[in-house]
Design a protein around this ligand. Sequence first.
Ligand code: PNS
Length: 172
Amino acid sequence: MNGSLGAGHSAIYPGSFDPLTRGHLDVIERAAVIFDRVTVAVVVNPQKRESLFTLDEREVMIRRSVEHLANVEVDHFRGLLADFVRHREATVIVKGLRVVSDFENEMSTALMNRSLSGVDTVFLPSDPRWSFVSSSLVKEVYNLGADVTEYVPPAVLAVMLAKRPAHRPNER
Ligand code: PNS
């Protein structure tokens, strides 16, 4: 035991990460300080929408972005998060909260996950610098030709630019 807050805990940080944003990375970096081990868990086929990036692309972008964090790994899961948490013998789920309204959904999700797996969720507040940065907004402005350098880690930007190398928004 090193005596830190979450010592002895292995955390799962789940999400779609389509793509990973600077806000996500900030949560991962802070979770890596608190917990012994953090697994970034990319969901396969989220029901809510089509992904812009394939599972492989999302995992590669995250792996490159967390290279500096020795206790962080990247994995993916299908189906219930609660099953994955039990399978990995994780002791805590980590979620970032960007805005107060996130809390409403996340509260019932956390309670359901605890009911299914016995594992609690710890919420980390987003750094205010990134509170307006969501994957869906990043995708929207990127698809419309905006420069997203400020909102995603460099390794993510590289993949995004490779996917859209010659985008000229004002071209007819
Ligand atoms: O980044 P997102 O899209 O907000 O992440 C949502 C995610 C992947 C955390 C959530 O959709 C999830 O946990 N999906 C797995 C399916 C599941 O366990 N559903 C029941 C939740 S109580």
